[in-house]
Design a protein around this ligand. Structure first.
Ligand code: DQA
Length: 146
């Protein structure tokens, strides 16, 4: 089974970007952690981070037939992108939405997500650990599904 991890705009700056909000763990650290955990779970895993909406959309289209589960932090596109939502719905791949920060404890515009009502689950406010829980949950979902 294959897991595809999608990270949206500005997450390439993790580690140095508003560390009081997003922590000091880098995206590289998160991806290495997930790579190790996936191999322990017997899952294959791949990653994309992009600041461009169309690149994320194309990558999600290409995941069709390849990925069994998506873990996505759409970052600011969470609050803006019908197109990215439609890409996920179009592929039908189940996904978990992750946010490092607790989006409900911040500016009101961060409370609305174009993804949450279609997600298997939403994890927010746990920092990098959110990705760890998402991967563990994806593994459970996939082992229950066959
Ligand atoms: C974020 C929350 C978003 O509101 C914000 O635009 C981000 C990161 C998070 O992981 O907490 O870029 O998705």
């Amino acid at each position: 089974k294959h897991i595809f991890v999608v990270n949206g705009p500005n997450l390439n700056l993790l580690g140095t970007r508003e560390p009081d909000v997003y922590g000091t763990t880098t995206l590289n650290d998160i991806e290495s952690m997930l790579r190790t955990e996936a191999s322990q779970l017997g899952l294959s895993i791949s990653f994309i981070q992009s600041n461009a909406e169309h690149i994320l959309i194309d990558a999600i289209h290409q995941a069709r037939g390849q990925a069994d589960f998506i873990i996505i932090n759409p970052a600011a596109f969470t609050h803006t992108s019908v197109a990215l939502r439609d890409a996920l719905l179009g592929t039908g791949i189940p996904f978990i939405e992750v946010h490092l920060s607790n989006v409900h404890a911040r500016e009101p515009f961060r409370r609305h997500s174009y993804f949450s009502d279609c997600a298997k689950a939403v994890i927010c406010g746990l920092g990098a650990q959110g990705y760890h829980f998402a991967l563990a949950a994806a593994a459970t979902q996939l082992s229950n599904s066959n």
